[in-house]
Ligand binder design. Structure first.
Ligand SMILES: NC(=O)C1=CN([C@@H]2O[C@H](COP(=O)(O)OP(=O)(O)OC[C@H]3O[C@@H](n4cnc5c(N)ncnc54)[C@H](OP(=O)(O)O)[C@@H]3O)[C@@H](O)[C@H]2O)C=CC1
Ligand SMILES: O=C1OC[C@@H](O)[C@H](O)[C@H]1O
Length: 413
């Protein structure tokens, strides 16, 4: 690892504190959750309009420790107290998946903006209710965002700009978390908390497939899982491989594990396009040029550590009359973009620094949306609903069944 790589990662996790603006948004966090570090407390240090105001946790000692570590001035004993506090503008919901629905609904009904951990809820039924709450369509409605952080990183936009969704024939996606990072008693492996690897990591792969095809899957035709069978862990997949068919006939594959090998391996997505004609005015009229493009993004999930987009184009020149191959060759190029300025075109005009994690890019857009400024990237509410439909489709096919619906749904009209 080079010194510049090390420095980038160092600054990403331990950035210099910056001055906060007078009209900064006050954030409250529901639960002293581990994920809140990446999603909010670290990126907040780098955002002038974000102030960490309060944390509420079920255990006072845990809450106090979390508050001290993150310089959060207010500690509350219940989540409801935090929603009732008029000083709080925004709520981060980093609770177990099964509690996302209830607390996101309550927060929105309390008039708070909500940054909601992924996966947004437990299943599509909950998503349809949450993302269609009438409060979200009123004037000055609260902003609700599913925290799909990687979609806000510049490398993701560069990658997508190299894809022609209608021509995609095959996509292979891979992500993993080493076994030692997720113990069996983690919320990821509790069925009543809507656990499972498709929920935890797979949702990232599934979103990648939806975005690459720019469409929704018509069918999940196979899901192989390795899942726990006993006690609270029952029917929680710790590894899976799923295959989907998309409307253009293309196949999308997703593999992920929360019990992966000891050494972390960067996520990747490899996109194969069909062979298409590449018009070339320099060729004689008797000849035709074709190209088959393969685009791979390495490190799409946690791009701050390392990433690279590779494009491989295989060219052929053929005789127009009999199709005979005249010449063939391959061209390759790669690119990285830790900050928008590393890119070209519209992307290059956006704000960002080398040490911004995807979470910091996400926070930028979230705050812009709340402040009524333009957002270059966003995840629409309908998008989050479709995402949960894809998860349901896979869980149904796997035989593990949908993740249970919150009883709180009976209270929402
Ligand atoms: N964006 C990302 O990189 C990541 C996102 N996630 C997502 O974030 C969410 C939380 O995950 P993570 O932070 O790893 O989990 P943690 O277990 O670290 O935190 C979950 C929090 O939920 C609270 N909680 C409330 N009720 C329960 C309950 N019945 N059982 C357990 N905890 C409860 C706890 O709060 P209290 O302090 O009140 O006890 C705890 O702090 C999940 O939705 C997960 O998918 C997870 C990892 C990374
Ligand atoms: O987003 C995530 O979800 C699953 C976690 O265990 C993982 O660390 C994180 O990146």
């Amino acid at each position: 690892m080079s010194v510049s790589q090390l420095l980038r990662i160092w600054w990403a996790f331990d950035p210099p504190k910056i001055e906060k603006s007078k009209d900064a948004l006050k954030f409250g966090i529901l639960g002293a959750a581990n994920s809140a570090g990446m999603t909010l407390t670290i990126p907040a240090k780098m955002h002038p309009e974000v102030v960490l105001y309060a944390v509420a946790a079920r255990d006072r000692k845990r809450a106090d420790e979390f508050a001290k570590k993150n310089d959060i001035p207010v500690v509350m004993d219940t989540y409801q107290e935090l929603l009732d506090d008029p000083n709080v503008d925004v709520i981060l919901v980093p609770l177990p998946n099964a509690l996302h629905f209830e607390w996101a609904v309550k927060a929105i009904k309390a008039g708070k903006h909500v940054l909601l951990e992924k996966p947004s809820v437990s299943n599509a039924r909950e998503a349809e209710v949450l993302f269609n709450l009438p409060e979200l369509d009123q004037p000055n409605a609260p902003v609700l965002l599913e925290a799909f952080h990687y979609r806000f990183h510049p490398i993701w936009s560069i990658f997508r700009s190299l894809i022609t969704p209608a021509d995609v024939v095959h996509v292979d996606t891979y992500s993993m978390i080493p076994w030692w990072m997720v113990t069996k008693d983690h919320i990821h492996f509790k069925h009543h908390l809507a656990g499972g690897t498709m929920m935890g990591m797979g949702t990232y792969n599934f979103a990648a497939l939806r975005l690459i095809f720019d469409d929704e899957p018509v069918e999940c035709f196979s899901v192989d899982t390795k899942a726990f069978t006993e006690g609270v862990h029952h029917d929680c997949d710790y590894e899976f491989k799923a295959k989907f068919r998309f409307p253009n006939g293309g196949i999308g594959e997703a593999y992920s594990t929360l019990q992966g090998p000891t050494f972390w391996h960067p996520s990747y997505a490899t996109v194969t396009h069909k062979k298409v004609e590449a018009p070339d005015a320099s060729l004689p009229p008797s000849q035709q040029k074709f190209v088959t493009r393969e685009v791979t993004i390495n490190g799409w999930c946690h791009a701050i550590f390392w990433h690279r987009v590779d494009v491989k184009e295989s060219f052929e020149i053929r005789d127009r009359t009999d199709g005979k191959l005249i010449k063939k060759w391959t061209e390759k190029q790669s690119q990285k973009a830790y900050k928008p300025r590393d890119a070209t075109g519209e992307i290059s005009k956006l704000d960002g620094e080398d040490h911004w994690m995807s979470f910091r890019y996400q926070l930028e857009q979230f705050v812009n949306r709340i402040k009524g400024r333009p957002t270059q990237y966003w995840i629409e509410r309908e998008d989050s609903i479709k995402q949960m439909r894809m998860l349901d489709m896979a869980y149904e096919k796997s035989g593990l069944g949908l993740r249970p619906t919150s009883k709180y749904i009976a209270h929402v009209n």
